[in-house]
Design a protein around this ligand. Structure first.
Ligand code: GLY
Length: 342
């Protein structure tokens, strides 16, 4: 039978597209059952010697706990979506990190929280910005994704949605920590005295690959100390601070959000993989170089469709960790010159 050129092209495309879509499923069917998880707790000017040994230990223990929570789900065959939500909830509950309890304060002395989650299997996403009453904003972002027709809800409306969905509410005082309050007082005294972006920004995030080959990303933050005018950073902006697409990658960013928005950082990492054929580490580094070029700073974590983790940063450090089916013990790093866990 003679085939016309359009038919031939269509069949070739179907074969190639089918291959691309089913790659993760084939990996799972081959019995590899691999899974992988990476987390971050913010990037910044983290100089050796600046953290006391106790603080260093506490940060690493916080990352370990997040990795444990996510890994338990992945090991048992649970979804990457559940794993990133669980890991981020642990970091939100830990007062050391700038998300949930321990979030930084706005200029008016409030906590306004941003979060986003994305499912690489369906490209569904949910996000919230400037919320004030939900104990775990990442779970609110997930509720937006799963229980509303929207992607991004903000401020009073998002707070209202949270109550209607029955999510755990917290009084404003719940998010307070003395350390963050002191940072606000220092910022009020002299806006330029606090140039360390760890204090100004800080974010938590997780990316994961599950045994079925699906990826997901989640990010949560208090934003930046002294933010005004209902400022929103990159974390709840899909494609900027958070992105996931099956067979390509999942990304969560941290740092000066305005720059990550301008560079569509999280989506850029995935596009570099898909369109330029870069490895996930090259894509993470290339995106951070683009952020550096326009004056931004921070870092990002990414995982590719095979579960390879990558860490990119242009600061002196980033709280980060990884665990996977091939290396099932949580591993963490803080400083830029410390090898990143793989
Ligand atoms: N990356 C966090 C923020 O800019 O709000």
């Amino acid at each position: 039978m003679m085939m016309t050129l359009p038919t031939l092209l269509r069949l070739t495309c179907l074969a190639l597209c089918g291959l691309a879509v089913s790659t993760p499923t084939l990996a799972a069917a081959a019995g590899e059952a691999k899974w992988s998880l990476a987390v971050h707790g913010g990037a910044g000017v983290l100089e050796r010697g600046e953290l006391t040994p106790e603080k260093d230990k506490a940060f690493r223990a916080g990352l370990d706990a997040a990795l444990d929570a996510g890994a338990r789900i992945l090991k048992a065959g649970g979804s990457s979506l559940d794993a990133v939500e669980a890991a981020v909830r642990v970091l939100e509950d830990n007062p050391l990190f700038n998300a949930g309890k321990g979030a930084v304060f706005t200029a008016e002395g409030r906590n306004e929280l941003d979060a986003a989650i994305m499912d690489g299997a369906t490209l569904k996403a949910g996000a919230v910005a400037g919320v004030t009453r939900t104990r775990n904003p990442i779970s609110l972002a997930r509720a937006v994704m799963e229980k509303s027709p929207h992607v991004l809800l903000a401020r009073e409306g998002a707070d209202q949605f949270s109550k209607e969905m029955g999510l755990e509410q917290a009084p404003p005082g719940y998010f307070y920590t003395e350390e963050r309050w002191k940072q606000l007082l220092a910022w009020r005294k002299d806006h330029h005295a606090m140039l360390d972006p760890t204090h100004l920004f800080g974010t938590v995030g997780a990316v994961a690959l599950d045994q079925k080959g699906h990826v997901a990303a989640a990010t949560s933050t208090g934003g930046m100390t002294g933010k005004r005018w209902a400022r929103i950073g990159d974390s709840p902006i899909i494609g900027a601070g958070t992105y996931a697409r099956d067979g390509v990658c999942a990304v969560s960013a941290t740092g000066s959000g305005e720059y990550f928005i301008r560079e569509s950082a999280a989506r850029q990492v995935c596009d570099r993989l898909a369109w330029k054929g870069e490895t996930v580490q090259q894509a993470a580094d290339g995106t951070m170089a683009a952020i550096t070029k326009i004056g931004g700073d921070g870092g990002l974590i990414a995982i590719d469709g095979e579960g390879r983790a990558a860490f990119g940063m242009n600061d002196l450090g980033m709280y980060r960790g990884a665990i996977s089916s091939s290396a099932p013990t949580p591993r963490t790093a803080i400083y830029a010159d410390e090898p990143s866990p793989r």
